[in-house]
Design a protein around this ligand. Structure first.
Ligand code: FMN
Length: 166
């Protein structure tokens, strides 16, 4: 069971949190590869065979970055993502920085591709992960404290993928 994580990361936060998600995925018994599209092309074969895809973006101007939108609009077009489990996460500076808008923007695009969307939510109790996990790099200890939630998200996501796709 493979779950791909495709993200864009310039200063490393989004990639860092992708790593935490991947740890959680492995804890749940699945495997994961991370593609930071700023430096690495996402492996088409891996994505085709993966059961899930998680997209990650920094929040820029209260939205996901254009590079992720381009990847979803153009670069991923030859990959059949329909029926796969999909999720999204974001990093941002501020609590009111628009990270929710960024996540919903990405989730909407995954829906259009016919993916099954999953946030982890409160399905296994606390923490409730609303639309997807978020880490804030300028709000107290939020960034470091978020690591555990990203791992839990990865674990929940992989558990759901294993439940659906076995
Ligand atoms: C051009 C630009 C726009 C940004 N806009 C926002 C924003 O609207 N809201 C916010 O909370 N943070 C904003 N940030 C902060 C980034 O979202 C945050 O530092 C993020 O963790 C960077 O991710 P990265 O380290 O993976 O590149 C912005 C940063 C840049 C460079």
């Amino acid at each position: 069971m493979d779950i791909a994580i495709v993200c864009y990361s310039l200063t490393g936060h989004t990639l860092d949190m992708a790593g935490e998600i991947a740890k959680g995925i492995r804890e749940a018994g699945a495997d994961s590869r991370i593609f930071n599209i700023r430096t690495t092309e996402a492996d088409r074969e891996y994505l085709e065979s993966a059961s899930g895809l998680i997209i990650g973006s920094p929040t820029y101007l209260a939205a996901s970055v254009w590079q992720i939108r381009k990847w979803l609009e153009e670069d991923s077009l030859k990959i059949n993502l329909s029926g796969k489990l999909g999720g999204a996460f974001a990093t941002a500076h501020y609590a009111q920085g628009g990270q929710d808008t960024a996540i919903m923007d990405m989730l909407g695009q995954l829906l259009v591709k016919g993916m099954l969307i999953y946030s982890g939510g409160g399905s296994y109790g606390l923490p409730i992960i609303h639309h997807g996990p978020v880490a804030l790099d300028k709000e107290g200890n939020h960034y470091e404290d978020s690591r555990a939630i990203f791992r839990i998200y990865g674990s929940r996501f992989a558990s759901k993928a294993l439940e659906i796709f076995g």
